[in-house]
Every structure is written in structure tokens, then in C-alpha cells.
Design a protein. Structure first.
Length: 357
């Protein structure tokens, strides 16, 4: 049996959708399972034994119809028996249409049902604490009526060498061995997903004041000025706990570093999803325009907590469309003061930084 799973999106989506591959492997141990993703996201799939081939969707496939057609024909030549499209957007439709797969599964959406043999309802509300991001992916397996028990948790696979390199990096930067280490998801992928820097400074100070910890910042090199702004605004006692220059050289190195941390706090994004896949406790600060019900995955009030402006001032978001929320996000963020949820953050830290954990 030959299976293709499609998820052309960002790191968090690709990582969460990998649970489709993981569960297909449990159900069909001898199948060939291939995964089509953006080239920039493949690092989170390295070492996953449930994926045989990672097919890279590159920039040339987005820019050139000829290159996209060529890729679609290459996929057709693989003669897949089953195709699961977790993306179901324009970029995947041509691939699905030409795939020749006997069975094609995706979400039921107006105007595209003819492309698939099985159209699964696109649920609007979560039924469990898994969150919609996970529940929706698992729903794509329902038409197959798998006999194997479903494993809903995304996973990252870290090599012994990557762990050793991260430990060596901690030693080089002289992290305190008797302290636990907190990763701060300092900046989002864009301004509309980034908690205001002055507020984030308060969050970092709160963490440092509440606990004797090592603090690491997660940021891209191009974001270093914003990262410095937060660092320079922190109290001197907080700065002493921050190891500002401890960064992984690439995404796999960062995953190794993250695996040595004890928990993560900060903006929703790829780093949060990677931490969860490494079974690290998480505290997420959501952007006002992001739907918490989708990405507040595994929320249990202990190891995984999150906050959203809607939790505290729902009247500010009521009746606004996603487009309007995006338009007003920066002003809405100003209403999302740290004081609103500091007690919840302290409770999370107390539960997950005690010596018993």
C-alpha cells in the first residue's frame, strides 16, 4: 500500500499533521508513507520512522505552473493507493486532481468535494482537550476505520548526538546546573503574533522573580534588535538569569536545546508546538486574532495552559470577523496587560518548576 499525506503549511501545522503519518504506520506497518510539505519545515520531521519519503514543495512550485505540473506528474507516477490532503488549498488541488490515487480524503468544503472520494466534516468546536488542530487531523483517519489504537500526540525525534551537542552548549555558556531552564518564545513569526515587547519584559521579570531559573530566548537572527529591546528593559536581576546568546545554529540544533529545557512560555508558534512534541510543559500567550480553540492543544490546566484576550475582555472581540481582528490586533494587544493573567502564570510555574517535576 502506498500513501501520500499533504500538508503545505508552516512548522506547527506540519508537525501536528505528522500524527496522521504516525497513526497510519500503526495501522499499516508495511505501507509506504510519504509526506508532502514545504521545504522549510522538513527539520521537524527528521528521524521520524513513520515517514518513508519527505517530498519537498519548493518555492519554484509556487512560482511556476510548469514546475507545479511537473511535481504533480511525478506524484502521479508513484501510483498512490491513498491520499490524505490536510491542506486542501489551491496549491494541493492540482496534485490531488492528477494523483490517480484510488482513495482521496480531505475536509468537506464547498466547491471542492468533487476532488475527493471521502469528505470529512470540518468541525467548528473541539470535543476534547486535544484542541481542534489535532482533532481535525485525526478526523481525516475516520473514513479508514482503523483498528489500531489512535495516538493523538505529535512527536519530535532527537538524536543522542543532538542531545550531547545541546548539553555541551549549556556547559559552554555556563548555565547553572542546579537551576531549571525556561525557554521564552519571545517573538512571533510576525508583529500580529507578537505580544508587545514591554509586556513581554514584564513576563520575563515575573518568571525570574518567581524562580531561580536559567532563561533562554528564542528568536531569529533577523529579530535580534527586538530581542535586545526586551533584554535591556528587564531588571538587572533578571538579566543575570538570561543567557541571551545561547541559540541553536539551525532548527535541529534548536530542537536539541529545547529538549534540554524544562518548559516554555510565550507567543504561540512553531517553538510552542515543538516543545509540546518534546513533552515540555507550555504556557501560551495567544494573539487576539488567533482562535484559541484550534491551537490550545492538550490543555489540562497543569502542564499546558494558555491565555487569550477573549478570556478576560470578550466584549472587545465580540462580533468581529477574523479580518477585523487582524486589523485591530495591535490595539487589542495593548488591552491584554500581563496583570490580567500573572496569577495564572505563577500557578503554572509553581506546578511545573517544583523539585517534584
Amino acid at each position: 500500500m502506498k500513501i501520500l499525506v499533504i500538508q503545505q503549511k508552516m512548522i506547527g501545522d506540519v508537525l501536528v499533521s505528522s500524527i496522521i503519518c504516525n497513526n497510519l504506520r500503526l495501522a499499516y506497518p508495511d505501507a509506504q508513507i510519504d509526506y508532502l510539505v514545504y521545504k522549510s519545515t522538513t527539520a521537524v520531521l527528521e528521524g521520524n520512522p513513520n515517514i518513508d519519503t519527505i517530498i519537498r514543495f519548493e518555492e519554484k512550485h509556487r512560482k511556476s505552473k510548469k514546475e507545479l505540473l511537473k511535481l504533480a506528474l511525478q506524484i502521479r507516477a508513484n501510483k498512490y493507493d491513498l491520499l490524505i490532503d490536510a491542506y486542501s488549498k489551491l496549491e494541493s488541488w492540482l496534485i490531488v486532481l492528477l494523483s490517480g490515487a484510488k482513495r482521496k480524503i480531505s475536509y468537506k468544503k464547498k466547491g471542492r468535494t468533487f476532488l475527493y472520494t471521502d469528505n470529512v466534516p470540518f468541525e467548528e468546536f473541539p470535543k476534547t482537550n486535544l484542541g481542534l488542530a489535532i482533532e481535525r487531523r485525526l478526523s481525516l483517519l475516520e473514513p479508514l476505520q482503523l483498528s489500531a489504537k489512535i495516538d493523538p500526540l505529535p512527536k519530535l525525534f532527537v538524536t543522542p548526538e543532538e542531545n550531547r551537542n545541546a548539553i555541551a552548549l549549556f556547559k559552554k555558556h555556563q548555565l547553572k546546573k542546579d537551576r531549571k531552564t525556561v525557554m521564552i518564545s519571545l517573538l512571533g513569526s510576525e508583529n500580529l503574533k507578537t505580544y508587545p515587547l514591554s509586556y513581554m519584559t514584564e513576563i520575563v521579570d515575573t518568571i525570574a522573580d518567581s524562580n531561580d531559573v536559567n532563561i533562554l530566548f528564542n528568536y531569529f537572527p533577523k529579530q535580534i534588535n527586538d530581542a535586545k529591546t526586551v533584554f535591556n528593559s528587564c531588571k538587572p536581576s533578571t538579566q543575570e538569569k538570561i543567557f541571551f546568546d545561547l541559540l541553536g545554529g539551525d532548527l535541529r540544533a534548536f530542537i536539541g536545546v529545547l529538549n534540554q529545557c524544562d518548559l516554555i512560555v510565550g507567543n504561540d508558534g512553531g517553538a510552542i508546538n515543538m516543545a509540546k512534541a518534546l513533552e515540555k510543559p507550555s504556557f501560551i500567550i495567544f494573539s487576539p486574532w488567533i482562535e484559541k480553540k484550534i491551537w490550545a492543544t492538550l490543555e489540562d490546566g497543569i502542564q499546558h495552559m494558555s491565555v487569550h484576550l477573549n478570556d478576560y475582555k470578550p466584549e472587545l472581540l465580540a462580533q468581529k470577523t477574523e479580518k477585523e481582528l487582524k486589523q485591530y490586533t495591535l490595539s487589542l494587544y495593548k488591552e491584554f496587560e500581563p496583570q490580567l493573567f500573572k496569577d495564572k502564570l505563577k500557578s503554572f510555574l509553581l506546578k511545573n518548576l517544583s523539585d517534584d517535576n
